[in-house]
Design a protein around this ligand. Structure first.
Ligand code: UFG
Length: 339
C-alpha cells in the first residue's frame, strides 16, 4: 500500500477519492487551503492547510511523509466565474499546479493523477467524444486545465515525471453514508439545483429548450462521483506499478437531457420539480457525452453506478441530510401541506 497526497481533498471529487483510497488500504494525506473546500469532509488528523503555491512547505511535507504519488484536485471549477476573473483561474489552477510540481520534483515524487475536464474539448465536432478530439477550450477554466496538461507532457518528456490526466464529464451523486456529497458555494450544477428547487419550492431555471436534441434541452454525461473517484484509484495504482503517462475521458458514455434529469428527480423524490424555461446559458454545447472506451480497456475501469435514478437518489439523500434547519422546517411544512 502506498502513501498518497491528495490536493483539494476537502472538495467534492477529492473527498470521495480520499474515502475510496483509504478503503483500498492506502495511507492518505490531504492538502487543502480550505478556500472552497470543507474541513468536515476530511477525517481528523490527515488535513494539512497548505496552498499548492507554497512549494517549500509542500516539499518538506512530501519528504517527511515519504509520499509515493499525488492526486491533484485543488483548483477553481466555476466556468462562469472564470470568464469574469480569468486571472484568478490561471493563478490558482496553473501557478498552483506549478508550485506543486516544483515541490514534487524537489522531493523526488514523480507520479501524478491530474483532475482535468471535458471543458478541454470546448464545442466538440463529434459526440461521443474520444480523447483524440481537438483540444479547443472556450473558457478560461478549460484553458487553465489544458495548460496544465501541456506542462505535464513536457515534464514527462524531460523530467521522467509520469502523469495520468482524467478529463471528467458531469460529476454528480454522493456517498451519503460517508457524509460526502456536493456542496459548492454558489452552486451552479444542475442536480443539486433541481433538488434545492424541490426542497424550497422555488423554481429552478432550465437554460434553453430549443437545442437540436429530442426534447430541446442539453444532453450531458452524468457520472457518479464514486465511479469517478474509483477511476483515480485505477490511475494511481497503474502509475505506482510503473505505468506510463496518458490521458483518459471519464464518463459513462450515455447522455441524459436536462428534462430527463428533472423527470428522474420527480421519480426519486416523489415530488414535482418546480421549473421555468430560461434563455440558453452562454457556452453550453447541445451535447457532451464521453467515449470512455480507452479508460475501460487500458485500466479496466467500469462505471458501476451509472443508473440516473441511483445517482439522483444518492444526491437526494445527501441533500436531505445537509439541509439546514430553516430549510428543514419549511420543507416539513410543505410536505404536510401536500398530504
Ligand atoms: N443547467 C440548467 N439550469 C441550471 C444549471 C444547469 O438548465 O440552473 C443545465 C446546463 O445548461 C447544462 C446542464 O444543465 O445543459 C448541466 O449543467 P452543469 O452546470 O451542471 O454542468 P456543465 O455541463 O455546464 O459543466 C460540467 C462541469 C464543468 C465542466 C463541464 C465540462 O461542471 O466544470 O462539465 O463539460 F467544465
Amino acid at each position: 500500500m502506498a502513501t498518497i497526497l491528495v490536493t483539494g481533498g476537502a472538495g467534492y471529487i477529492g473527498s470521495h477519492t480520499r474515502y475510496f483510497l483509504q478503503k483500498q488500504g492506502h495511507s492518505v494525506i490531504v492538502v487543502d487551503n480550505l478556500s472552497r473546500g470543507h474541513r468536515e469532509m476530511v477525517p481528523d488528523g490527515i488535513l494539512r492547510e497548505i496552498d499548492t503555491r507554497d512549494t517549500a512547505r509542500l516539499t518538506d511535507l512530501m519528504k517527511r511523509e515519504r509520499v509515493d504519488a499525488v492526486i491533484h484536485f485543488a483548483a477553481y471549477i466555476a466556468v462562469g466565474e472564470s470568464t469574469k476573473v480569468p486571472e484568478l483561474y490561471f493563478a490558482n489552477n496553473v501557478s498552483g499546479s506549478l508550485g506543486l510540481f516544483d515541490a514534487m520534483l524537489a522531493a523526488g515524487v514523480n507520479k501524478l493523477v491530474f483532475s482535468s475536464t471535458a471543458a478541454a474539448y470546448g464545442i466538440p465536432q463529434r459526440v461521443p467524444i474520444a480523447e483524440t478530439e481537438p483540444i479547443t477550450p472556450i473558457n478560461p477554466y478549460g484553458e487553465s486545465k489544458v495548460m496544465v496538461e501541456k506542462i505535464l507532457e513536457w515534464l514527462d518528456r524531460y523530467r521522467e515525471f509520469r502523469s495520468v490526466c482524467l478529463r471528467y464529464f458531469n460529476a454528480c451523486g454522493a456517498e451519503p453514508e460517508a457524509g460526502l456529497g456536493e456542496l459548492h458555494d454558489p452552486e451552479t450544477h444542475l442536480i443539486p439545483l433541481i433538488l434545492k428547487a424541490v426542497m424550497t419550492g422555488k423554481p429552478v431555471t432550465l437554460f434553453g429548450d430549443d437545442y437540436p436534441t429530442d426534447d430541446g434541452t442539453c444532453i450531458r454525461d452524468y457520472i457518479h462521483v464514486s465511479d469517478l473517484a474509483e477511476a483515480h484509484i485505477f490511475a494511481v495504482e497503474d502509475l505506482l506499478n510503473g505505468g506510463t503517462s496518458d490521458v483518459f475521458n471519464v464518463g459513462t458514455a450515455s447522455g441524459h437531457s436536462v428534462k430527463e434529469v428533472v423527470t428522474a428527480v420527480e421519480r426519486v423524490t416523489g415530488k414535482k420539480v418546480p421549473f421555468t424555461i430560461g434563455p440558453r446559458r452562454e457556452g453550453d454545447p447541445p451535447s457532451l457525452v464521453a467515449d470512455s472506451q480507452k479508460l475501460q480497456s487500458k485500466l479496466g475501469w467500469k462505471p458501476k453506478r451509472a443508473d440516473l435514478d441511483r445517482i439522483v437518489s444518492d444526491a437526494w439523500e445527501f441533500a436531505l441530510r445537509n439541509m439546514n434547519q430553516n430549510e428543514q422546517l419549511a420543507y416539513g411544512r410543505r410536505q404536510k401541506a401536500d398530504t
